[in-house]
Design a protein around this ligand. Structure first.
Ligand code: NAD
Ligand code: IPM
Ligand code: MN
Length: 357
């Protein structure tokens, strides 16, 4: 069976880490006899925008909808195109139109990597952020009024639906169910945001009734961010709205040493549309062009993609290769964000070689 993968590198270091993601996928595909047919698209980047006046062609949905998965690098180059135009015109369209309502973001302190948190060892930080990915604070409801006057006002409504909340909660509870600790933490802010967040809490309580074996707690987002730093070992599955999940999924990986290794799976669990796999990080204009970006976020996203396509063994082997190479501590291979002097390519090649076995 052939799996059709649409590859979109995007901008900046997206174009540097994608080739390493593909190298690792190729090694896994060969070892596990997986037939991947990867097709590269130029759209979804700021250079495409500069040429065409839009981030995506009008028929992008038709072009992509029958792929089995999308493998994305990163998008955004604010000096060329304002971020809200490039992101709303590409990545956020994919998430919404392909109904990728789960954004699954693992957070794990790896062997060989020093956490910026004192005394933390591998095993101390090992949780998932499950982020609602299609609604919430990322809404297109609102507008600007009285523009150019001193009465100028901007409004952007948060939209939460019962279906939207319940489906992400169900996914998170089901995930917690598969974990040894069976623990779920909900990110809220129902003390200050007095309509949507109490409703979120209410839905969490309702869902929890169906999962009596799961230990559920909740924290307001402000103290939750503090607890990520002070007590990362408390967390197992953390579920949050679109914005809270976004913030937590940069903070969590930072606590594991670098956001450069963090992967994400934007999932349409029903499989009605393709899911999208991309690193958590962005296009990193500050280091782009130097060949020093850590490719692990992209490679690990590839591992999640193979798992999603049904190849758990191949995904596990990719993650094991990442862990082994990190644990080796080889300064010549590792990228600077994890204490080495190597390059995107040296790290990518070392991982691909391990995957090949
Ligand atoms: P960023 O994630 O691009 O970079 C933040 C910091 O982390 C930078 O110092 C960068 O050098 C470092 N970093 C990121 N990835 C790294 C890697 N693989 N290896 C080593 N260091 C790495 O976030 P930003 O600076 O806020 O955003 C830059 C652009 O990317 C903006 O246009 C933003 O909108 C966009 N962005 C896109 C995505 C996405 O495509 N999913 C995600 C986040 C940001
Ligand atoms: C992410 C990114 C995006 C988000 C941006 C680039 C729109 O930060 O994937 O975490 O906020 O979802
Ligand atoms: Mn983010």
């Amino acid at each position: 069976m052939t799996h059709r993968i649409a590859v979109i590198a995007g901008d900046g270091i997206g174009t540097e880490v994608i080739p390493e993601g593909l190298r690792a996928l190729e090694a896994a595909a060969k070892r596990f006899n997986i037939d991947l047919d990867c097709q590269t698209f130029e759209f979804g980047s700021c250079d495409y925008y500069l040429e065409h006046g839009k981030m995506l062609p009008d028929d992008w949905f038709e072009q992509l909808k029958d792929f089995d998965a999308l493998f994305y690098g990163a998008v955004g180059w604010p000096e060329k195109v304002p971020d809200h135009i490039s992101l709303w015109g590409s990545l956020l369209q994919f998430r919404r139109r392909f109904d990728q309502y789960i954004n699954l973001r693992p957070c794990k302190l790896m062997p060989g990597i020093k956490s910026p948190l004192a005394g933390r060892q591998p095993g101390d930080i090992d949780f998932y952020v499950v982020r609602e990915n299609t609604e919430g604070e990322y809404s297109s409801v609102g507008g600007k009024m009285f523009e150019g006057t001193d009465r100028e006002v901007v409004i952007q409504d948060t939209v939460m639906t019962r279906t939207g909340i319940d489906r992400v909660l169900k996914y998170a509870f089901d995930l917690a169910q598969t974990r040894p600790r069976k623990k779920l933490t909900s990110a809220t802010k129902s003390n200050g945001i007095s309509i949507t967040m109490p409703y979120w809490d209410e839905r969490v309580e309702a869902m929890a009734k169906g999962y009596p074996e799961i230990a559920v707690d909740k924290f307001h987002i402000d103290i939750l961010t503090a607890n990520f730093v002070l007590h990362p070992d408390w967390f197992d599955v953390v579920v949050g709205s679109n914005l809270f999940g976004d913030i937590l999924s940069d903070l969590g990986p930072a606590c594991t040493g670098t956001i450069g290794i963090a992967p994400s799976a934007n999932i349409n669990p029903e499989g009605k549309f393709p899911s999208l796999f991309e690193p958590v990080h962005g296009s990193a204009p500050d280091i782009a062009g130097r060949g020093i970006a850590n490719p692990i976020g992209q490679i690990w996203s590839g591992a999640m993609m193979l798992e999603h396509l049904g190849y758990q063994d191949a995904g596990d082997a990719m993650l094991k290769a990442i862990e082994d190479v990190l644990a080796s501590g080889d300064q010549g291979v590792l990228t600077p964000d994890v204490g080495g002097q190597g390059t995107t390519e040296s790290l990518g090649r070392a991982i691909a070689e391990k995957i090949a076995g």
